[in-house]
Design a protein around this ligand. Sequence first.
Ligand code: HT7
Ligand code: ZN
Length: 887
Amino acid sequence: QTAHYLKDYRAPEYLVPAIRLDFDIREEHTAVAAELSIQPQPNAGGTLVLQGSAELVSLAINGQRLPENSYSLENNTLSIPNVPAQPFSLSVSTRLYPHANKSLMGLYASGGNLYTQCEPEGFRKITYHPDRPDVMGIYTTRISADRARYPVLLSNGNRTGSGSLPDNRHWAEWHDPFAKPSYLFALVAGDLVCTRDSFTTKSGRQVALEFFTRAEDAGKVRFGIESLKHAMRWDETRFGLEYDLDIFMVVAVGDFNMGAMENKGLNIFNTACVLADSRSATDADFERVEGVIAHEYFHNWTGNRVTCRDWFQLSLKEGLTVFRDQEFSADRASREVRRIENVAFLRAHQFPEDAGPTAHPVRPASYVEMNNFYTLTVYEKGAEVVRMYHTFLGEAGFQKGMQLYFQRHDGQAVTCDDFRAAMADANGFDFEQFALWYSQAGTPVLEVSGSLQAGNRFMLNVRQSIPPTPDMAAKQPMMIPLKVALFSADEDSFGEPIPFRLPENLSADANTHTEAVLTLQQAEENIELQFEGAYRQVVPSLLRGFSAPVNLHYAYSDHELSVLLACDSDPFARWEAAQTLYRRAIAANEAALVSGSPLPEHRALLQAIDYVLRADIGAAFQAVLLGVPGEAELWAGRKNIDPLIIHRAREALLDLIASHFAEQFAALNAEARRMEEEQSGLAEPYEYHPQQAGWRALRNVCRAFILRASPAHIAEVAERYPQMAHNMTHEWGILCAINHNERPERNRLLEQFAAKFRSDDLVMCKYFTLIAASHRADTPAQIQAALAHPAFSLENPNKARALLGSFGRNVPHFHAADGSGYAFLAGQIGRIDRFNPQIAARLAQAFNICAQLEPQRRSLMRAELEKLAADPALSKDSGEIIGKILQ
Ligand code: HT7
Ligand code: ZN
């Protein structure tokens, strides 16, 4: 396996400032004629090296065909020696077979239409090119095809011509006036319908918005179009960024490896991330569509206008764009809840990644297969890194940094250091030490202790450490923003914030504040917060707003946590107090299960939940406060894990909460139902609305607890199902709540659901998810049946993820003590790896936990992985991941 290293970066020897592409689409194949204008650079050595894996038909320089012995083609690298030292033209003819391409990279067929996916290195499957993001060019694309089969012919930029050809064929030509890297090239050809709208930019330019779907999906694009218009307006108002072409197109495709792709002017979307209507999409699906539409649109500036110098810098565009889409969603509605959801997601998924065998820095130092580095670390931790600039600089300072970044780098391919320099230079702020966030993997740990002194000073002692990761053992202290506040727990001022002054060495400001950002820079620091008056009990509120992606430990008493939960003005800190109580309760249950002693009563936690159930804090916030940490988060950083014990400990806690509050959940469910109906008006059809979504989220939390406490209630649910399930959020909530139920009604309801939606691929994914996530004893048999279901296909990533990805998270079945779960998933990964290595490698990450497992499961898992690794045909994608797990 050949690794690529960041330290080996060299500037390109040959640029390709212009490229003309001619796609001649035929029944079985597509012929591509590419004409590359090549510009030798001062460092050019005379040999032009291009990447490509397409069938090479011919090569010519300045119109002169090259004989086969005048170049070499090895390992998908084409070397042409003795090329001219002056600018020249290279003509490359290739032949592609899109209908046989199941990798969904390069040019491929889906449902009879043709689509491309070029990021990160898919362009080389189309023609021969440097195919690296720092080689940017102007693209002109001509497409010709049969008019009846491919009435729609699209590419990047503006349409510059179209016409008819003999034999019922037609052509279209597109020109993109902005220089772009090859990974942003796109082409779509097929039988699609177009839904049109338009947007007037702040400077008064009219932009055509065109959404292309299969005819049967056209009714599901309205929400996506509205989301796009919101995103376009938001980018103008919050970031001052305007769209730059006359047309913005979105195409929906059912077979797609990721969520969506930001190709210049021609975004291509997984149907799951753009189509939504109330019959088939949940509130969460609507929120995802809005977020992904915005994310791809925002890439037009952060990614396309300013792109990455090399793939190690991926977080330059992804971390920044995730930050921007998070801020967009927060500005749209429920900022507090959105922030908590983002943190919960990071903790549940990125923290385990950062503590496992595939841990890597936000800017990786090496990769074998770039596709493996579209990770939660690059995206989500990367967004937290961008958020930390914002926390240090404030909104105005951050926007100054963004302006300087665009002023300096518009039209360029740059690095994370360039971004950091823009933030620093625009604000005169020293971000030197901050660079470590890009190069050190692992979630930093902050051990904090605090003491009240003389009633008017709170002393904080903070020690930071970064755990070793497979790539690096010893790490340096980082620059960490720690947002803090103090609250009184004294009777006469209970829950009040305490204004405090920062020490002189940290701040020149002698005023008092109720909140401050402390800048941590050393392995250990003592910080004194001074205040007026005398207090007996002071509770520090630490890491407010989750000001840095770290694990913070502070020995709060249960009482102190309940003070924060009830009184803290920071919603994240309140949620965090509840999470700490849940984590402690699960750990106590686990200890009791291991020692065989009775389960604890968890009085403090039950009191806290009682408060949450009564508090007037908004339904959406109530719903997130009732969310118990997931298992993967509980495993992070632990050794010798018995997943079943932790699973039982968590389930026992959920059972206790369900039975203890059975009446309250029933009452709250009824109240939430009343509120939702009051707000939507029963006569109105369901529509996504953030406030109603909050009530529905709360109802679904209540439902899950109600059905947990009384499984027999499923009989009544089954009877009333048609009236209860009048939109997908309710339908999904009900099905999740009964999904582990062993009674026959559960199967009946799922079968009804599958019959109702048998021709809706996206909803069928929900059905496969339910089948694979169930804890029922017959789940393995049901999964086998699902593999043979007419609506299932291993070649469709959404379906494979729904069934197999969900199975990898099904703790009792995947971690079955006999290893059958491991054998099943490994077998399926082996099958997928033959045609779609990218998806296989992703699914293989379910095995990341291997080294942390107790010995018996560890060896069962290892045996399956070793079998996969021994296959000489295993892809480099899966090979890289499995190799790291086995190391
Ligand atoms: N920038 C896009 C990444 C992407 C992708 C990467 C590899 C293979 C297929 C892919 N599809 C999309 C998505 C984004 O972050 O916006
Ligand atoms: Zn992105």
